[in-house]
Design a protein around this ligand. Structure first.
Ligand code: APR
Length: 240
């Protein structure tokens, strides 16, 4: 799959992965826009916006708690594990749109969660933030300051965590290779990261069974699943 770029990959120093829901699909976590995507069943604007949350916090919490239980039961797949293993050969940064924490559970050490995390919670008022370690007795959960708590996910229309976004731009602008895996690149500003990488001369590789809006601009498109393609990418470095 990667033979045409094998030499350039072996000579590379910094590899950045931009990942989306597709890399977790084989772990049993549905994508948003694919054929069985979440947004086909639910209206994103009714579940993943601040207005939707304040209109019906209990509904949004029930939806997130259902997803969180599913995610906690999920396991990293061969795609996540291959990216983690690649750290033995190269400097690897993972800029993920996923909130499922599977990259970290696979062993990746430099993971930047652009859209937050489903396993952390924060207050809608004070600066309380903590990991969610058990289910809640009531939904929505209430902070000690008496305001409601919310999932620590970035909703449509909200800014990304500034420190994480700045790091993402810096890593995208200084990598030799960027691999976009399992993302439709439909959502900004995450979909700008490949543009920054290309502007700085990086090799762009896309791993996705379907075309994306960046497909025409990449150096190599691998029409395959992450769980099949990423172990093949890893083997390029293992043969070094
Ligand atoms: N391996 C690789 N890619 C896959 C696989 C797989 N096994 N299965 C599906 N895909 C691809 C689909 O073809 C699609 O292009 O993964 C992509 C998933 O795209 P989306 O569902 O749009 O997910 P994502 O790109 O992560 O969405 C970005 O949108 O709703 C918001 O905040 C949410 O972070 C999410 C953001």
């Amino acid at each position: 799959m990667f033979e045409s770029l094998a030499d350039k990959l072996k000579d590379s120093k910094n590899i950045v992965f931009v990942t989306g829901a597709g890399i977790s699909q084989k772990s049993g976590i549905p994508t948003f826009r694919g054929k069985d995507g979440l947004w086909r069943k639910y209206d994103a604007m009714k579940l993943a916006t601040v207005d939707a949350f304040y209109e019906n916090p209990k509904l949004i919490w029930e939806w997130y708690e259902e997803r969180r239980r599913n995610i906690i039961a999920a396991k990293p797949n061969a795609g996540h594990l291959a990216i983690a293993e690649l750290e033995k050969f190269k400097t690897v940064h993972v800029l993920t749109q996923n909130i499922d924490g599977l990259h970290q559970r696979a062993g990746s050490t430099k993971v930047y969660e652009l859209h937050g995390s489903i396993i952390t919670i924060k207050c809608t008022w004070c600066d309380f933030k903590d990991a969610i370690t058990s289910s809640f007795s009531e939904l929505p959960p209430i902070c000690k300051c008496k305001n409601i708590l919310r999932p620590d996910a970035v909703w449509f229309g909200e800014p990304l965590p500034q420190d994480i976004w700045q790091t993402a731009i810096q890593q995208a602008s200084s990598c030799d290779v960027m691999v976009m895996v399992g993302t439709s690149l439909a959502v900004s500003p995450a979909n700008l990261l490949p543009v920054y990488a290309k502007q700085n001369g990086a090799i762009l590789i896309e791993v996705n069974p379907e075309e994306t809006m960046m497909s025409a601009n990449v150096d190599l498109s691998i029409r395959s699943s992450a769980a099949r393609a990423l172990p093949e990418l890893l083997s390029v470095f293992q043969r070094q």
